[in-house]
Design a protein around this ligand. Structure first.
Ligand code: ASP
Ligand code: MG
Length: 444
C-alpha cells in the first residue's frame, strides 16, 4: 500500500478535484490511503473569518460558496451533501458564538480551522465514490491521529504508532475495500479537543500514516516537478532534484523551500519509508525521491533556498576577547525576551545573528546595549545552499567567486554543523540576484 497526499492547491476547485480523483483512480491497485489539505486557501479564509468574528461579524459566505459550488459541480447529493451542509452549519454556529463573546482561544482557533480539512475529505470521498472508486472519509481522530494539547502546533503522540494501524489496519490488510480519505493537519488530544499540527501539517499526517502502516511509499503531490533546485519564481531554469536524503529534505524545509513540513521527515525516516514528491500536472514524471542515503555521488549543491525579511543583529564588544561566559550572557538575553535565533556567526569580538522580523526587538536591543555595541539591520534575506560538508570549502570558493564577479558581498556567512548547509545573509533587494547567481554557478 501507499499514501498519497494532496495539498490545498491540488484540491482547490471542482476541476482540480476531478483531476486528483483520476490520479487516485490510476493508483487504485497500489491501495492508497489518501491524505488531504483544505481546499485552496480555505485555512487562511477560516483564520480571517475568525478575526472578523472577534470583531463582531460572523460571516462564512466565502467558505460556504466555495464548498457548495464545488459540491454542486461535482454532483454531490443526498447524505453526501448533508454531510457538507452539517459542517457548514456547525461552522456558522461557532463563528456566531465567537462573534458574541468576541474572543478566541488557541483551542477554539484549532476547532475552527479544522473545518477546512473536514469539508475537503467529505467532498472528495463522495466524488470518488460517485466515480466508482470505493472511498470513505475519515476525520483524523477516526484514523488514530492523537496529539498533545499544544494548540496550533501540536505534536503527535507516540501512541499513534499503534492507534493508526488499529484504525486503518483492516484497509492495509485488504479487508476493507474503501480507500480511506483522511484529513491532514488536524488531530485530537487526550481530552477530545481538536488540535492542529502547525501550518502545512498535512505532510506530517501523511508521513506518519505511511510510517505507522509500513507503506511502500509516501507520495506528496504538488503542482511543480518535485523538489526543485531553487524557487521557480526566482530562477526560471530551476530543475528537479532527483534524490535528496531525509536530512537534506528537512534542511530544505527549515530554510524556506515550501516543499514539506519541517517535522514531516521524522516518522518516515524512523520507519525507513521512501517519500516521493510528485507533480499533479505531470503525473507520469517520477518527481523527487527522499530516502536515507544517496545511492550515487550527488552534485555538490542539492538546492538553494531563500528566506526574506529577516533582521541581522551585529553585536560587537572587545570585552568578548578572551572572556568566558560572554556568549552565555547574550543568549540569556535572547531567552529572556523569547526571541529565537536563525543563523549565527561569531568571531573573537563579534557575534552576528539573524532573527525573524516580526519579533519585537526593542527590549532585547536595550538589554544588549548594556554589554556591547549593537547594530540592527532589517530587510535581510537568508540564502542557504543545501550541500555536502565534504565539499564545503570548494563550494564556498565557487560561491564567492561567482558572487564577487557579480558584485555581491554577503554580510554574513555561516556553515551549519549539521553539515548539510551553508548560509549567507544579504539585503532583501539582492536576494533574487544572489540566488540566480549561485544557481548559475552550480546548476547551469
Ligand atoms: N490546510 C493547512 C494549511 O494550509 C494544512 C496543510 O495544508 O498542510 O496550513
Ligand atoms: Mg493549505
Amino acid at each position: 500500500m501507499i499514501v498519497m497526499k494532496f495539498g490545498g492547491s491540488s484540491v482547490a476547485n471542482a476541476e482540480r478535484i476531478r483531476h486528483v480523483a483520476s490520479i487516485i483512480g490510476a493508483y487504485q491497485d497500489k491501495r492508497p490511503v489518501v491524505v488531504l489539505s483544505a481546499m485552496g486557501d480555505t485555512t487562511d479564509h477560516l483564520l480571517e473569518a475568525a478575526d472578523e468574528a472577534v470583531a463582531g461579524n460572523a460571516d462564512i459566505s466565502r467558505i460556504e460558496k466555495l464548498h457548495r459550488d464545488t459540491a454542486d459541480s461535482l454532483g454531490l447529493s443526498g447524505t453526501d451533501l448533508q454531510a457538507v451542509d452539517a459542517l457548514l452549519s456547525e461552522l456558522y454556529a461557532l463563528l456566531t458564538g465567537i462573534s458574541m463573546i468576541r474572543e478566541l482561544t488557541k483551542r477554539t482557533r484549532d476547532y475552527l480551522v479544522s473545518f477546512g480539512e473536514r469539508l475537503s475529505v467529505r467532498i472528495v470521498a463522495a466524488f470518488l465514490q460517485s466515480q466508482g472508486i470505493p472511498a470513505r472519509f475519515y476525520d483524523a481522530w477516526d484514523a488514530g491521529l492523537i496529539s498533545d494539547s499544544v494548540f496550533m502546533n501540536a505534536e503527535l503522540s507516540d501512541d499513534v504508532w499503534e492507534t493508526i494501524p488499529e484504525a486503518l489496519g483492516s484497509y492495509r490488510d485488504g479487508i476493507q475495500k474503501e480507500i480511506p480519505v483522511v484529513t491532514g493537519f488536524i488531530a485530537k488530544d487526550m481530552n477530545g479537543n481538536i488540535t492542529t499540527l502547525g501550518r502545512g501539517g498535512s505532510d506530517l499526517t501523511a508521513t506518519m500514516i505511511g510510517a505507522a502502516l509500513q507503506a511502500e511509499e509516501i507520495q506528496t503531490w504538488k503542482d511543480v516537478d518535485g523538489i526543485l533546485s531553487a524557487d521557480p519564481r526566482i530562477v526560471a531554469r530551476a530543475k528537479t532534484v532527483p534524490l535528496v536524503t531525509y536530512e537534506e529534505a528537512a534542511e530544505l524545509a527549515y530554510f524556506g523551500a515550501q516543499i514539506l513540513h519541517p517535522r514531516s521527515m521524522v516518522p518516515c525516516r524512523k520507519a525507513g519509508i521512501p517519500v516521493r514528491v510528485k507533480n499533479s500536472y505531470n503525473p507520469a514524471f517520477e518527481g523527487s525521491l527522499i530516502i536515507e542515503k544517496h545511492t550515487a555521488e550527488p552534485s555538490p549543491v542539492r538546492a538553494i533556498t531563500a528566506v526574506k525579511n529577516s533582521t541581522l543583529i551585529d553585536i560587537v564588544s572587545t570585552r568578548m576577547l578572551g572572556a568566558s561566559g560572554f556568549l552565555a550572557r547574550i543568549f540569556d538575553l535572547f531567552l529572556k525576551h523569547d526571541i529565537s535565533i536563525d543563523v549565527i556567526a561569531t568571531s573573537e569580538v563579534s557575534v552576528s545573528l539573524t532573527v525573524h522580523t516580526n519579533a519585537d526587538l526593542s527590549g532585547l536591543v536595550e538589554d544588549l546595549k548594556d554589554i556591547a555595541d549593537i547594530r540592527v539591520k532589517t530587510g535581510r534575506s537568508i540564502i542557504t545552499l543545501i550541500c555536502d560538508a565534504a565539499h564545503s570549502s570548494s563550494i564556498l570558493a565557487s560561491a564567492f567567486s561567482a558572487l564577487a564577479e557579480n558584485g555581491i558581498n554577503p554580510e554574513m556567512i555561516s556553515q551549519g554543523a549539521s553539515k548539510v548547509n551553508v548560509g549567507l545573509v544579504c539585503e532583501n533587494t539582492l536576494a533574487d540576484k544572489t540566488v540566480r547567481t549561485l544557481h548559475a554557478a552550480f546548476f547551469e
